[in-house]
Structure formats: C-alpha cells, structure tokens
Design a binder for this molecule. Sequence first.
Ligand code: CA
Ligand code: CA
Length: 204
Amino acid sequence: MRRSLATIGALGLIASVFGFGGSAAAADPAKDELKVSPNVVISEVKPQGSDGAEDEFIELSNSSLEESVDISGWRLVTCSSTGAEVTAFTFPAGTFLEPQGENESHYLVAGPDYSGAVSPDDQVELGIERTGGVMLRSQYNARIDGLGYSSTAGACVEGPAAARLPQTNTTDLSSQRNQEYKDTDQNKTDFGQILQSPQNQESV
Ligand SMILES: [Ca+2]
Ligand SMILES: [Ca+2]
C-alpha cells in the first residue's frame, strides 16, 4: 500500500516527537517535556475542615526511591465542579522533591485557616471545591496528576471520581492515596478517607 508524502511526513514528525525516529534531534520543547518526571503524585487533599472552607491543603509526594525531582514552576490548579481551571499556586524556583524516605520528599501547601499540626511549606488561599478537584501541571503545562470529586471536574478527574468528603468536615477527614505513592489513575480506588495526616518538607 502506498502512503501519500503528507502521511509519511506526519508519521516522521510523530516519530521524532516521541523519540523513536532514530535520528539525533536538536533541542526541542516537546522533548524537554518528556523529561518531566512522572514520579510526583498528589498524595493527600483536604478541601475543607473543622475551621471552615479555607481549612484546606494539598500534599505532594515523590514516589521515586532514587530520583529527586525539580518542581520549580510547577502549578497546583483547582477545577470547579464544571471543570473550570484556576491556578492556585506556583512552586518557587529551586523547589525539589527528594526521593521517598528522605527529608523533603513531601511538600505541603495549605489554606489560610489550615488546622493541621504540621506547618505548611507555603500558605495561600487554594479555593478547593468539595465537588471540584485539584491537579498538578508542570512548567510546560503537562498534566502530572489529578484528583476529582465529580465526573464533571474536567481535567482534574481521573477515571471514576473520588468519594466526596462530608459537607461539614468537622473531624478533618482528608482524601489520601490508599497506597501512599501508588497511582493507577483511578481516583475512586486510588483515594480513601482518613483523619488528616499532612506531611511537609521536614517530614520523612
Ligand atoms: Ca494520576
Ligand atoms: Ca500525608
């Protein structure tokens, strides 16, 4: 079967973007994006708590046992229940997540009325919606991970949505990965509800 030159050209472009074309490519933003580590996960989220709507936090963890990950310029994004995205926080230059089991393997960003015992690494109004979701994007806007509480929470949700936390979350339950670093991209089964246990850069 003959392919048109246009088709062959398109296949060649796809091959070079995905790095199996065999030829050495020059600096290419698409290729740089592939270097972004997939190891970082959203490990725990509390949309609201005993101190109200701004008693909220997002905890990230590095799931790798070996590689530290530079998350400078990465963004925490919230989704509304209709999928509207808002950037809630941008990680400052020089922010790294060290491998699992070491100090600085977690990062905790919390809202103004955060009530947890562990100090947040940064404090900012996140605006997490109980029926919306949260997401992590790289400095190249690549989607790294997400957690959604509605099937309509746009790019935040992965597979079936996670169970929602109580409307008045007086006991400070949070959504936490059932296995802290495991990500099957199925929010409903990846996340359970526990008493909050936030970890910051000082935590192991
Ligand atoms: Ca995921
Ligand atoms: Ca935790």
